[in-house]
Design a protein around this ligand. Structure first.
Ligand code: NAP
Ligand code: GFB
Length: 332
């Protein structure tokens, strides 16, 4: 990719910040490091609301990207998804259509969009693999977000079919790491529980986990996901999506996650489960066999070590993090 401009939409979020960290810290010229002639641009919604076609056009005119890693989205945990299904559907459809169509009209050489394992059907044989995206309805709790994300795979195939555009996508599992959204209501489980455990320790109140603690999830550390996106940008040119995930054998229960957070926070207080709250989808086990065969293998960070680093980052950056308690916006 001699002289190229890589635009990362959603460049200020959990995943975008991780890609920036890897590109800025990995040895230049290495597999995941910055290559000569590459200019990386990380943008926030402050530089352009991608729900608006005109603002999207202006952003592309300003940076003239040759490649796009499209991460920008309305993102949230189970409880926010359950509450705002239409907003998750419409905002993400608008953002994705504007980014893909502007990439097409401005001749972008490659776009990688970001889906999520919650796009897969809720009732299908496990493990989930890339061939099963459209084989049934997604889980009720997040059908708005899931259908908007599935549509990206349909759009990619249509742009490829009619115009030959090199638009593809990635399907990460649940992600965690520094710069996450730690808002108590809208966040995902790991940042939500880290924040709740922090407040329980600080205020001497019980640490309350939502639901039964039985659901199972796979969690990928944001810095690992960042490297996989850089690999996909440089070494993968197929329209078919790729699951970017730790292995199926890395599934953990929400209770195991909460136990690990209690340990990482050295919390000694009362620790309970509020079983009146929703569990959401019981599990969504995704296979990373395709990824590992394409990449020739990859060593993921151990979960406990990555969780410790995330807790340390949160404690060190509490005043400026997206906690929902300090005026920093935690999502649209
Ligand atoms: P995040 O931390 O909430 O960051 C979202 C990013 O998108 C921010 O940079 C935000 O800009 C930008 N954005 C939001 N609405 C926008 C708009 N209308 N116009 C322009 N920019 C907008 O999200 P994330 O967790 O990094 O997610 C990144 C991608 O990964 C998303 O596509 C998400 O669906 C996908 N994903 C996430 C997970 C997960 O567990 N987090 C799992 C699977 C897939 P501001 O900083 O200005 O708000
Ligand atoms: O991470 P999470 O919100 O997303 O929730 P999903 C995972 C599980 O954690 C659920 C439990 O079983 C929750 O009941 N949980 C326990 C909590 N305590 C908490 C808490 O304090 N906050 C949260 N958020 N959960 C999302 C989809 O599903 O996965 C999104 O809705 C997206 O669209 C995301 O795909 C990656 O894994 O259930």
């Amino acid at each position: 990719m001699s002289s190229s401009v890589i635009l990362v939409t959603g460049g200020t979020g959990l995943v975008g910040s991780a890609i920036r960290h890897i590109i800025e810290t990995e040895p230049a010229g290495s597999r995941f490091g910055k290559k000569p002639g590459e200019k990386w641009v990380f943008v926030s919604s402050g530089e352009g609301d991608l729900r608006d076609p005109e603002q999207t056009r202006k952003l592309f005119e300003k940076y003239k990207p040759t490649h796009v890693i499209h991460l920008a989205a309305l993102v949230g945990g189970l409880f926010k998804n359950m509450k705002y299904k239409l907003t998750f559907l419409r905002d993400n459809i608008l953002i994705n259509d504007n980014v893909l169509h502007t990439s097409h009209t401005t001749g972008v050489k490659k776009v990688i969009s970001c889906l999520s394992t919650c796009v897969f059907p809720d009732k299908v044989t496990y493990p989930l693999d890339e061939t099963k995206i459209h084989l049934g309805l997604p889980h009720e709790s997040n059908f708005g977000y899931a259908h908007a994300k599935r549509m990206v795979d349909v759009q990619n195939h249509a742009y490829k079919d009619q115009f030959g555009d090199n638009f593809t996508s990635a399907i990460p599992t649940n992600v965690f790491g520094p710069h996450d959204n730690f808002d108590l209501e809208g966040s995902h489980v790991i940042p939500g529980l880290i924040h709740k455990c922090y407040l329980a320790k600080k205020n001497g109140t019980p640490f309350v986990v939502m639901g039964t603690g039985k659901p199972l999830r796979q969690f990928i550390y944001s810095y690992d996901l960042a490297k996989l996106f850089i690999w996909q940008l440089r070494e993968y040119d197929d329209v078919e999506p790729v699951i970017l995930s730790v292995g199926e054998d890395e599934e953990v229960s929400i209770k195991q996650v909460a136990d690990a957070i209690v340990k990482a926070m050295d919390f000694q207080g009362e620790y309970t489960f509020d079983t009146t709250k929703a569990d959401g989808q019981f599990r969504k086990p995704a296979s990373n066999k395709n990824l590992l065969s394409l990449m020739g293998g990859y060593e993921f960070a151990p979960f406990d070590k990555a969780l410790d680093e995330t807790v340390k980052w949160f404690l060190a950056n509490y005043d400026n993090a997206r906690t929902g308690l300090n005026g920093r916006p935690t999502g649209h």
